[in-house]
Write a protein that binds this ligand. Structure first.
Ligand code: NDP
Ligand code: MG
Ligand code: MG
Length: 335
């Protein structure tokens, strides 16, 4: 079992006199910047000229500078802009301004692990990645709690990187809940695997196949939507709160019996074999190479075509209509 670190394990002194630059003010950026500031630390937000985020950060009482100016004065630079933009911004504005002996930090390992960013030897490199979206990281902190983080040390130039990473995690509230040490490799590979095989890729395909099976058998799409899509949240909430057994306590015995008997017929050993292949493509860099190429060449044409095709699927049109009937739902894109 992994060791869990809490507030009392943190050497908070390493943060004394440190200036922290938060690059980006999106989902994670706003949460990190505000939590660190509320923890008594000196925070500056780095954004590009004309960024709509500038006004938001200023309205929250934060100091905003250009990325280069923020990095130049920082002891810790946390990069919280979209992963696919990080390498360019790093080359252009961050690397030339990084102080020796300062720390470069990430909330996801992709760019370091796949060598899109190669920091100089004289800086610390660490990761603190909250296991939740930014709005939850902020809200939980404001309520006195925290969202668990994973953290990792990739490069320890100062001999203090471990302490700094853990202190950073405390600054955003993570050690209130508990944080677990990982590596950039483990975080990157498991994160990509989870979202591809299970959380996003797996579940969307499962729901879509279920919906299509009912529609193709002549059932009404609206009914198919309720049974295969809408109810997913109720089930997942029960599992999230208390495990699979908790969910199974809430459903009927009929549903539970069908769960055990049909589940392995649908998600088979072939699916598991496919998962192993997905993992292999992540581990050997095939996935990263494809995705980076998609971003560099061709203006993401293939990616955008897939996005469009999926958005036009009947499950989305039917779902849109039905969700309009549910007054308590509003499509929430968190900031
Ligand atoms: P968002 O897309 O929410 O944030 C983007 C922010 O970066 C915006 O403020 C945007 O400004 C700003 N930005 C974009 N381009 C630049 C630039 N060239 N220079 C400066 N700022 C720029 O990102 P996330 O918070 O989702 O992700 C940040 C990191 O956190 C990623 O590494 C991600 O993997 C990781 N992560 C994300 C989680 C999440 O829940 N979202 C969870 C855990 C980790 P503007 O909008 O004004 O253009
Ligand atoms: Mg991810
Ligand atoms: Mg039912």
């Amino acid at each position: 079992m992994a060791k869990v670190f809490y507030d009392q394990d943190v050497n908070w002194d390493v943060m004394k006199g440190k200036k922290i630059a938060i690059i980006g003010y999106g989902s994670q950026g706003h949460a990190h910047a505000l939590n660190l500031k509320d923890s008594g630390l000196d925070v500056v937000v780095g954004l590009y000229k004309g960024s709509p985020s500038i006004a938001k950060a200023k309205a929250a009482g934060l100091t905003v500078k250009s990325v280069s100016a923020a990095v130049a004065e920082a002891d810790i630079t946390m990069i919280l802009i979209p992963d696919e933009k990080q390498a360019d911004v790093y080359k252009e504005d961050i690397e030339p301004n990084l102080k020796d002996g300062s720390a470069l930090a990430f909330a996801h390992g992709f760019n370091i692990h796949f060598k899109q960013i190669v920091p100089p030897a004289a800086v610390d490199v660490f990761m603190v990645a909250p296991k939740g979206p930014g709005h939850l990281v902020r809200r939980t902190f404001a309520e006195g709690g925290g969202v668990p983080d994973v953290f990792a040390v990739e490069q320890d130039a100062t001999g203090k990187c471990f302490d700094i990473a853990l202190a950073y995690a405390r600054g955003i509230g993570g050690t209130r809940a508990g944080v677990i040490q990982t590596t950039f490799q483990e975080e990157t590979e498991t994160d990509l695997f989870g979202e591809q095989a299970v959380l996003c890729g797996g579940i969307c395909q499962l729901i879509t196949n279920g919906f299509e099976t009912l529609c193709e058998a002549g059932y009404q799409p609206e009914i198919a939507y309720f049974e295969c899509f809408h109810e997913m949240k109720l089930i997942v909430d029960l599992m999230y709160e208390g495990g699979m057994a908790n969910m199974r306590r809430s459903i009927s015995d009929t549903a539970e019996y069908g769960d055990y008997t049909a589940g392995p017929k649908v998600i088979t050993s072939d699916s598991k074999q496919a998962m192993k292949q997905v993992l292999q493509d992540i581990q050997d860099g095939t996935f990263a190479k494809d995705w980076l190429l998609e971003n560099k060449a061709g203006g993401r044409a293939h990616f955008l075509a897939m996005r469009r095709r999926h958005a036009e699927h009947p499950i989305e049109t039917v779902g849109g209509k039905l969700r309009n009937m549910m007054s308590w739902l509003h499509s929430s894109k968190e900031d």
